[in-house]
Design a protein around this ligand. Structure first.
Ligand SMILES: Nc1ncnc2c1ncn2[C@@H]1O[C@H](COP(=O)(O)OP(=O)(O)O)[C@@H](O)[C@H]1O
Ligand code: SF4
Ligand SMILES: [Mg+2]
Length: 336
């Protein structure tokens, strides 16, 4: 059989039917005494999307919607319960591709909300940034490594002399720059940012977002960018996936999502952002809270909060069709 032909604009990341459950049951003895069943939480329940090389795909949604769980499965930190992630065609789960996957690993790096937690506080920054270069044996000789670390610090807007400092001597924004320099040190081409700016002041957030965009232009990086805040992804994302209780409810181009949101949940999220201009459509007030994921509502999980819910919404899970998972949208009964 012929090998599959990969065209130049083939997806860089392909995610299919991705699922992850967590057993959150009480200990066995408690369950026996209290006669409670096992409790399974569906954190991610059938997520599919693709990311093209060089683009930024953003995942947004309220806390608890499953964004971090998707991110951890994409980078291979957490095994999926079902489905698969393929990056440049290499499966993140298939045991037969373990060798290719090991080679791919250093090209994929994650940036977390709190970079301090992943840095050895007793190491100077130059050692922190050099660590992947040494671990993967990318450059030989101390002088060459020092030179490369200086280049990387400059690339992220720091000074080569900053390498002599310790992480605690930096501000939160500067530490995030160090984290990005360290990610680039391993010659990463795909960065997964899980709320990378959420802990920063608004003005510092903007600086880090600008840096990430600038690096993307210069280095051709591909991003999966995760945020609970739609305003943050607005100027970052080529495409956006909106998550609700473990499912993607809408996927659209960034511009389309902001100018013509379709899913009622997307509209509600947008209406919660004060500085995004209304386009004359009916405002959906933010109401209700995200339900308990251990016992989610039947049918469309958004139905208790949705002003357009009808009987079908309480029994039938809507499929993602043409980028929208909503019965009212398919039935053309949503106001424009
Ligand atoms: N290791 C875990 N064990 C049990 N439940 C988890 C675990 N990780 C995440 N969850 C649950 O899965 C759901 C999704 O979590 P998460 O992916 O962190 O969402 P988000 O990043 O969108 O806030 C939440 O209900 C969370 O409590
Ligand atoms: S499927 Fe029904 S409950 Fe869910 S978002 Fe659409 S109209 Fe609302
Ligand atoms: Mg999270």
């Amino acid at each position: 059989m012929n090998a599959p032909v990969r065209t130049r604009d083939a997806a860089y990341v392909e995610i299919e039917g991705l699922r992850r459950t967590f057993d959150v049951s009480r200990p066995w003895l408690n369950r026996m005494i209290e006669r409670q069943p096992r409790q399974i939480l569906r954190a991610v329940d059938g997520v599919a999307f693709t990311i093209r090389r060089g683009e930024t795909f953003a995942l947004v949604g309220e806390s608890g919607s499953g964004k971090s769980t998707v991110a951890r499965m994409v980078v291979g930190l957490l095994p999926p319960t079902g489905g698969d992630v393929r990056i440049t065609g290499i499966s993140m789960t298939d045991p037969r591709q373990a060798v290719e996957r090991r080679r791919l690993r250093r090209r994929i790096q994650m940036i977390f909300q709190d970079p301090y937690a992943s840095m050895n506080p007793r190491w100077r920054v130059r050692r922190i940034v050099a660590e992947p270069i040494r671990a993967f044996n990318l450059i030989q000789g101390e002088a060459a490594i020092t030179g490369r670390v200086g280049e990387l610090l400059t690339l992220v807007g720091l000074h080569p002399d900053d390498g002599a400092k310790y992480p605690h001597e930096f501000s939160g924004g500067q530490r995030q720059r160090v984290a990005i320099a360290r990610a680039l040190a391993s010659e990463a081409e795909f960065l997964v940012g899980d709320e990378p700016t959420s802990a920063l002041d608004v003005s510092v957030q903007a600086q880090i977002l600008n840096l990430m965009r600038d690096l993307q232009d210069r280095l051709g990086l591909t991003y999966l960018f995760i945020s609970h805040n739609l305003a943050v992804v607005r100027h970052m994302a080529s495409r956006i996936g909106v998550m609700y209780l473990g499912r993607v409810v809408e996927i659209a181009d960034g511009r389309a999502l902001f100018t013509a949101p379709k899913h009622p949940y997307t509209r509600m999220l947008l209406d919660a952002v004060p500085d995004i201009g209304m386009t004359g459509r009916q405002r959906i007030p933010v109401s209700g809270e995200i339900p308990n994921p251990i016992d989610p509502p039947s049918g469309c999980a958004f139905n208790p909060r949705c002003p357009f819910a009808k009987e079908r919404c309480r029994t039938e899970v809507p499929e993602l069709i043409e980028g929208v998972a909503c019965h009212a949208f398919q039935e053309r009964r949503l106001p424009l």
